[in-house]
Ligand binder design. Structure first.
Ligand code: NAD
Length: 491
């Protein structure tokens, strides 16, 4: 049974999970985790430092060598991952409640995410017995030349606060199925669900040390993990600036990384679409999760002939988006997860206005008394935007969209690609030739045509440019989390 619940977390001190046990940090330090709906601290998490990280990596290294894991059959490893899937499903609603309390995302969205997550575990569990090598010709008789695939060793995973467990699943499940061991450093802003998952990992029957969780800040636990010489690969999901730093740390030990970073994704709307349909797509594409989504379509380019009509419909639709407490079923947008996010969003909206953009909807904190203490911000539409304005260049991670007209396909593709990021993109048109031309020319890892934010763990996803490298999902992860060994036999 999972003992961690929203109730048990309240006012508690959460420990680290190392070598199959919950242990206090060696330095005795704990930091606060805040509830974004009230701005109040609701539990404390352990602030691990280099000594704890060292213990976690040592446990993961020993587990990697432990015959109970290393010599477990592929079928049995797959079975363990499936068992974990079943336990996640059994506890989906509690895990959802924990994440909502921690990061303020909507309970209805978190429930849907947690209930769908076991499918992803099952999919990756199936890879355990499908990791295959190949035989290769050799220019000599009586020799056998073949490539064998094997796990990497200890994988360090550093996760963000916006969807901690869902983002972890896409890498943790295949890593375990392939036979790696793992040290996870969850975000200090949403740690609890990963600790709850650690309980389920024990209950599923994974040997001690196969999965370890070191909590704390990036400055302390994160830096120690990414500088550790005992790690074979880093999997990072988070901001581009942090990714750059982690890649530099990893480079010192020549350790490869998989980087899923930030975005400033374009939405393109052509005149030939049903405007209401496109408006709904743009609204959910940018305002869902209060804009705290790496793929948020935060720059919107609209064909000039329908620009006024589109903006009018977008303002009307934005006015109907309900900002409220994330536990309420009728809420469309909850609070931002961090107070610093709120200040950041406010300052970017203000700088946008100074640079010549105009607030056409939202643009401030909501006035309702019940929302006064939380870190809420209204969904905001900025018109007369330009690509060189700060709020159009930088990732805000808030509910803000900037709108610009375009007059030709050539102009549109230039505007859409005019960003240092390349994570996702969306186009709304009935013209399939035009949609395919866009798909060919856009510099983005994901292209949505007449939809947005639809995703599948069965396809490989990832970014171009400063949105990262490496792919998550699909069969691609088998290459990401294993290595080739070449063997030549003379017989
Ligand atoms: P962040 O970069 O601030 O933190 C992410 C993680 O890195 C946290 O666990 C943090 O403690 C750790 N960290 C911070 N500094 C570190 C350091 N010096 N060394 C090691 N670890 C360190 O990101 P965030 O604010 O938690 O998340 C939001 C960001 O994540 C956004 O930029 C968003 O686009 C990105 N994101 C990307 C994807 C994707 O799939 N591409 C998905 C979700 C979020």
């Amino acid at each position: 049974m999972m003992k961690t619940t929203v109730k048990s977390l309240e006012g508690s001190r959460q420990k680290l999970f190392i070598d199959g046990r919950f242990v206090a940090p060696k330095n005795g330090n704990y930091i606060e985790s805040f509830d974004p709906t009230t701005g109040e601290s609701w539990y404390h998490l352990a602030e691990a430092d280099a000594a704890d990280v060292d213990a976690a990596v040592a446990a993961a290294s020993a587990a990697f060598r432990n015959p109970a894991w290393r010599r477990m059959t592929q079928t049995d490893r797959g079975r363990l991952v499936r068992k974990l899937a079943d336990l996640v499903l059994e506890h989906a609603d509690e895990l959802a409640a924990i994440e909502t309390r921690d990061n303020g995302k909507l309970i209805k969205e978190m429930r849907a995410q947690m209930r769908a997550m076991p499918d992803s575990y099952h999919y990756f569990a199936g890879m355990a017995d499908k990791l295959q090598g190949e035989t290769i010709p050799v220019n000599k008789l009586d020799m056998l030349n073949f490539n064998m695939r094997e796990p990497l060793g200890v994988v360090g995973m550093i996760t963000p606060w916006n969807s901690p467990l869902m983002l972890l699943t896409g890498t943790l499940a295949p890593c375990l199925a392939i036979g790696n061991t793992v040290v996870i450093k969850p975000s200090e802003h949403a740690t609890a669900s990963t600790l709850a998952l650690a309980e389920l990992i024990t209950e599923a029957g994974f040997p001690a040390g196969v999965v370890n969780v070191v909590t704390g800040t990036g400055r302390s636990a994160g830096e120690a993990l990414t500088r550790h010489p005992g790690v074979a690969k880093y999997v990072f999901t988070g901001s581009t600036d942090t990714g750059r730093r982690i890649a530099a740390n990893a480079a010192a030990n020549l350790v490869p990384c998989s980087m899923e970073l930030g975005g400033k994704s374009p939405h393109v709307v052509f005149a030939d679409v049903d405007i209401e349909h496109a408006v709904n797509g743009v609204v959910s594409g940018v305002f869902a999760a209060a804009g705290q989504s790496c793929v948020a379509g935060s720059r919107c380019f609209v064909e000039a002939s329908v620009y006024d009509r589109f903006v009018e419909a977008l303002i009307a639709r934005t006015g109907r988006v309900k900002v409220g407490h994330p536990m309420r079923e009728e809420t469309d947008i909850g609070p931002l997860a961090l107070s610093s996010q709120l200040t950041k969003v406010e300052s970017y909206v203000a700088s946008g206005v100074r640079e010549g953009a105009r607030i056409a909807a939202g643009g401030k904190r909501p006035q309702a008394d019940e929302l006064a203490r939380g870190w809420y911000f209204e969904p905001t539409v900025m018109v007369e935007a330009q690509n060189d304005m700060a709020f159009m260049r930088d990732e805000l991670f808030g509910p803000i969209v900037g709108i610009m007209p375009f007059s030709s396909e050539e102009e549109m593709i230039t505007l859409a690609n005019d960003t240092r990021y390349g994570l996702a993109s969306g186009i709304w048109t009935q013209n399939i030739d035009r949609a395919m031309r866009f798909a060919n020319r856009i510099d983005a890892g994901t292209v949505w045509i007449n939809t947005y934010r639809s995703s599948s763990f069965m396809s490989a996803n990832g970014g171009f440019k400063e949105s990262g490298y490496g792919r998550r999902g699909g069969f691609e992860v088998m290459r990401e989390f294993s290595r080739l060994k070449n063997i030549i036999v003379d017989y």
